[in-house]
Design a binder for this molecule. Structure first.
Ligand code: GRF
Length: 209
């Protein structure tokens, strides 16, 4: 077992971030939330951090020369806080290779659909659930995956199915998926804390307990 020292990146409301903090507080996840960084000043995630006493900072991309310079600042702040594992909890920016390579197979993202369907650029938030319904899917779900330089493309760690119910609105489907997101993200992180995850190419193997 190795306590994860989490650096969290978030752009929005922060409910997944809060689910992780709850799992830590309830002893279901062996980790410390070291710092939360948001690229949006108005992100709810910043309030979540304040409520739980997690150091937090808003960083604006506009104040940096390039995407890489922005990510280098993230790397610097993470190092300052002793981060050894990165969580993307509703983070809407693509990571540059500099950041991806700083934490090899140590960056997790959560996506509110069953990848590789309904992922990629522009597929976030309500866009995902609208697309799932428009396609007539009978199931949707959650994917927790490792992060590389492409949107929603890294090796899959864990997936969970959620039924699509006839007459669902995107909001109803989103709520059903979100409930699972809040369970699964901490579960996936705990597998890393327990050092049970092995990655071979695109495949992720989880050792039995
Ligand atoms: C979630 O649906 C997550 O899957 C996606 O962005 C949304 C973030 O919600 N990556 P929240 O900010 O965690 O409440």
């Amino acid at each position: 077992m190795k306590r994860l020292q989490l650096g969290v990146l978030a752009s929005g409301r922060g409910s997944n971030f809060e689910s992780i903090l709850k799992a830590i507080e309830e002893g279901r996840l062996l980790a410390d939330a070291r710092v939360l960084l948001s690229n949006r000043k108005s992100a709810g995630a910043l309030e979540v951090a304040a409520r739980h006493g997690v150091p937090a900072l808003a960083l604006s991309r506009k104040e940096f020369e390039s995407d890489e310079a922005f990510d280098r600042e993230i790397i610097r702040i993470f190092a300052q806080h002793g981060v050894n594992f990165v969580v993307l909890a509703g983070y809407l920016r693509l990571l540059t290779p500099a950041l991806v390579h700083e934490f090899p197979n140590r960056i997790l993202n959560i996506h509110p659909a069953l990848l590789p369907a309904f992922g990629g650029k522009g597929m976030y938030g309500h866009h995902v659930h609208e697309a799932v319904l428009a396609h007539g899917c009978k199931v949707s779900g959650v994917t927790v995956h490792l992060v590389n330089e492409h949107y929603d493309a890294g090796p899959i760690v864990l997936q969970r199915c959620v039924p699509v119910v006839e007459g669902d609105t995107p909001e109803q489907l989103a709520a059903r998926v979100l409930e699972q997101e809040h369970r699964v993200f901490a579960e996936a992180l705990q597998l890393f804390a327990e050092e049970r995850v092995f990655v071979e190419g695109r495949r992720v193997y989880v050792r039995e307990k």
